[in-house]
Design a protein around this ligand. Structure first.
Ligand SMILES: [Zn+2]
Length: 357
């Protein structure tokens, strides 16, 4: 989060709503998938990709905006990725997806919502499309587009409702726009390009940020289909974007398995294990004050429940702020073994054993 005005410094409410939305959209559990037209139902699917908010870094800057001008491409915007230039350096870009949230559009001369670099060697991209340096790998996105259906920044009006980040992470995981960025060409025409995936209908050009479900920008010679405005990788309105196709999902999972291999938690390591490693209770055994340290998670609330070995709950509390370490006074508890059950926001409940002596 690189902010100048206080309104740009989004609370963790928005960040957690965004993570929720990412997980819904990538799992295809978002409620608006019911809007998908039946002609495309057999083509769309759910991915195994999930997101955890690992760390939030908040940097106050004196720079007004991070524009990508038409002459410099993203070079100006990459300033946000440099602490020395008023931005914030990437954290471990080889193993973490860095997302820079900043004011990209405020000066009115720029309509950039966000951008991302595909990985080096991603299929269907031309050589050299990757970040100019690994330190610039990740996603930059305007603060106004972070959130979810339930959490909208003040003044929010674009209607993207957090789906811009779904789109940008699609690029980060190697997806192209469904019209192939060819400026309007269809099959057989000069300059025609495709996204390289055969289950996204051929489209000549992007949807104009609308939801036109009768648009057919390229007539295919056989099996012609309308443009798929429901696809996250179109430039359609977020109000109709609700799915990735199965081949888009395979393409993203290929990138995670073969190119961005360090970015993901391999299947078999559960979300519970990952969250558990972030919660530390000490000292253990304890005889006085028990401390709970939560590493690198910003949250709205943490629910803490202590139960005995019979499973009886003996203490329960909710902390509403990121106060760390939390202190738990154990004076009134009898000596013995207890289980501390911790739930941070909507993350899995973590159970840890402590000994009171
Ligand atoms: Zn895009």
């Amino acid at each position: 989060m690189v902010y100048k005005a206080a309104v740009e410094n989004l609370s963790s409410n928005y960040l957690n709503a965004q993570i929720d939305l990412l997980n819904q959209c990538y799992a295809r559990t978002n409620s608006d998938t019911t809007n998908m037209r039946s002609i495309f139902q057999s083509r769309v699917g759910s991915s195994k990709v999930r997101f955890i908010l690992d760390q939030v870094i908040r940097v106050s800057t004196t720079l007004t905006s991070f524009d990508a001008s038409s002459t410099s491409g993203f070079a100006n915007s990459d300033i946000v990725k440099q602490t020395g230039s008023g931005g914030s350096d990437a954290i471990s870009p080889d193993s973490k997806l860095n997302v820079w949230i900043c004011d990209l559009t405020k000066d009115g001369s720029n309509t950039l919502i966000g951008y991302a670099y595909p990985p080096a060697g991603a299929p269907n991209w031309t050589a050299g499309s990757q970040a100019p340096t690994p330190a610039f790998d990740g996603v930059v996105i305007d603060y106004m587009d972070i959130g979810g259906p339930l959490k909208q920044p003040v003044g929010y009006s674009s209607g993207f409702r957090g789906k811009a980040l779904v789109h940008e992470i699609g690029h980060y995981l190697g997806l192209r726009h469904i019209w192939g960025d060819d400026g309007g060409a269809c099959q057989g025409q000069a300059g025609f390009k495709d996204d390289g995936l055969s289950d996204t209908p051929v489209a000549g050009d992007y949807s104009n940020f609308d939801c036109n479900k009768t648009k057919n920008s390229c007539v295919e010679t056989s099996g012609d289909l309308l443009d798929m405005v429901e696809n996250y990788m179109d430039y359609s309105s977020a109000t109709c974007q609700n799915s990735f196709t199965k081949m888009q999902i395979s393409a993203m999972e290929y990138v995670l398995d073969n190119i961005r291999v360090n970015v993901h938690i391999p299947l078999g390591v559960s979300m519970t294990e990952t969250v558990s490693k972030k919660i530390e209770l000490y000292p253990n055994p304890v005889s006085d004050i028990l401390y709970m340290q939560i590493e690198n998670i910003e949250y709205e609330k943490v629910h803490l429940a202590i139960s005995n070995t019979l499973g009886q709950s003996i203490f329960s509390t909710v902390h509403r702020k990121s106060l760390s370490p939390l202190e738990i006074n154990t004076h009134n508890f009898a000596k013995g073994i207890y289980f501390i059950n911790v739930q941070i926001d909507d993350l899995p409940v973590i159970s840890k054993k402590i000994i009171l002596q």
